[in-house]
Every structure is written in structure tokens, then in C-alpha cells.
Design a protein around this ligand. Structure first.
Ligand SMILES: Nc1nc2c(ncn2[C@@H]2O[C@H](COP(=O)(O)OP(=O)(O)O)[C@@H](O)[C@H]2O)c(=O)[nH]1
Ligand SMILES: [Mg+2]
Length: 195
């Protein structure tokens, strides 16, 4: 098993990487490219697991060299758990990538990083609802302080693949609940996990 850190550029992946890995890290060029990435190891339940700081990507339909490398790394490491790092203050943008990775059958843990920035902007995310819809662990984090990391790490081993059809079903169920009195009683009848 390996762990791939994936997400848009500037969401905090490298701060994540530095916080999770020990002293032994390597910087390499992806073969045949000028795209570099970091590789290191982290301790997970008494096991040393390889962690890769994958180049930033907006989607799995590559539009530049970095995204091409990101997709190749994902495909070359089928046995990986993907920690998908999202900017919590722009969560709907990052979700697209997370869904693409889930759709390809990888076990995913979603980190809602920059939780402090989202709070400052008064952006509220219903983490439990998002978790219910996606069917994967979702953990708020602040990479620069380490907040949420213990919880995030504890969820990596339990991450499991989810069928995209299941997510579509959950979205349908949440929307249906929102249009009945049930959701109204719980708070206004809005169906989105993000407000
Ligand atoms: N406020 C805040 N800043 C963060 C957080 N995580 C990362 N950063 C900052 O965001 C910037 C981008 O982080 P970086 O790890 O280089 O992003 P990457 O492109 O995804 O590797 C840096 O200036 C980090 O210090 C966070 O949770 N909160
Ligand atoms: Mg980086």
C-alpha cells in the first residue's frame, strides 16, 4: 500500500507531506519530464508506508504536464489510498477531482484543509452530511497547525472504494429528504452540504 496526496495546486499538499513524513524524503523528477515530486515515508500502525506528494491537478483529464504526471502516478499505483486534499474555502471546486478519483475505484479520504480560512470566511460545511453523501471519510484539517491530522491518519487504513452510483443515489436521497417536511423540520429545507 502507498498513500498518494492529491489535490488542486495550493491547497496545502506539501505542508501535509512535510507534516506526515519523517526525515527521509526524496525529491525526484518524474521520468522523462521536468515535473518533480516528493516521496517519503510515514508510520502507520507500526508499518512504514510510502507517501507521495503528487503534482497538483484540477482534474484527471490532464491539461498540462503536471496533471499528466498526476494521472500517471495514480494509474501506476493501483494499490494506493488517496488522501484528497481540498481547500475547504472552495470546497465545491475540489469535489470534482475527489469524485473522479473515487469513480476510478480508489479508496479515498477527503481532507477539508484550510478549515481556518473557511471559518474566517464564514463558510460552513456539514461534514457529516458530506461524509454520508460521499461514503468516504471527510476530515477538517489545518495543515499549518496540524489540527485534524490525528483523525485523518486514523481513517486511512479504513478507507474503501465506493461505487459512484451509490453516491448518486445518496445525493438523490438527500435532495428528496430536503423537499419533504423532514428536512424542513431539521433546518430550513436546504439540501446542500455546503452553505
Ligand atoms: N491558513 C492556512 N494556510 C495553509 C494551510 N495549509 C497550507 N497552507 C498554506 O497554503 C500555501 C500552499 O500550501 P502548499 O502546501 O505549498 O500547497 P500545495 O501546492 O498543495 O502543495 C502555503 O503558503 C501554506 O503555508 C491551512 O490549513 N491553513
Ligand atoms: Mg506542493
Amino acid at each position: 500500500m502507498k498513500i498518494l496526496l492529491m489535490g488542486h495546486p495550493n491547497v496545502g499538499k506539501s505542508v501535509f507531506f512535510n507534516r506526515l513524513t519523517g526525515a527521509k524524503v526524496f525529491e525526484s523528477n518524474y521520468p522523462g519530464t521536468t515535473v518533480d515530486f516528493m516521496k517519503g515515508w510515514m508510520r502507520l500502525e507500526r508499518e512504514d508506508v510510502e507517501l507521495i506528494d503528487v503534482p497538483g491537478a484540477f482534474s484527471l483529464e490532464p491539461k498540462d504536464r503536471a496533471e499528466e504526471v498526476a494521472v500517471k502516478m495514480l494509474e501506476e499505483n493501483r494499490d494506493s489510498v488517496v488522501v484528497c486534499v481540498l481547500d475547504a474555502s472552495k470546497v465545491e471546486r475540489g469535489l470534482y477531482l475527489a469524485l473522479e478519483i473515487i469513480e476510478r475505484g480508489y479508496p479515498v479520504v477527503v481532507a477539508l484543509n484550510m478549515w481556518d480560512v473557511a471559518e474566517d470566511k464564514n463558510i460552513r460545511i456539514d461534514v457529516e452530511k458530506l461524509e454520508r453523501i460521499l461514503g468516504v471519510p471527510v476530515v477538517p484539517t489545518i495543515a499549518i497547525s496540524g489540527e485534524g491530522f490525528k483523525e485523518l491518519v486514523s481513517k486511512i487504513k479504513d478507507a474503501a472504494p465506493v461505487k459512484i452510483e451509490k453516491i448518486i443515489e445518496s445525493v438523490g436521497a438527500v435532495s428528496a429528504a430536503a423537499s419533504t417536511g423532514e428536512a424542513q423540520a431539521q433546518g430550513g429545507g436546504e439540501s446542500a452540504a455546503v452553505s
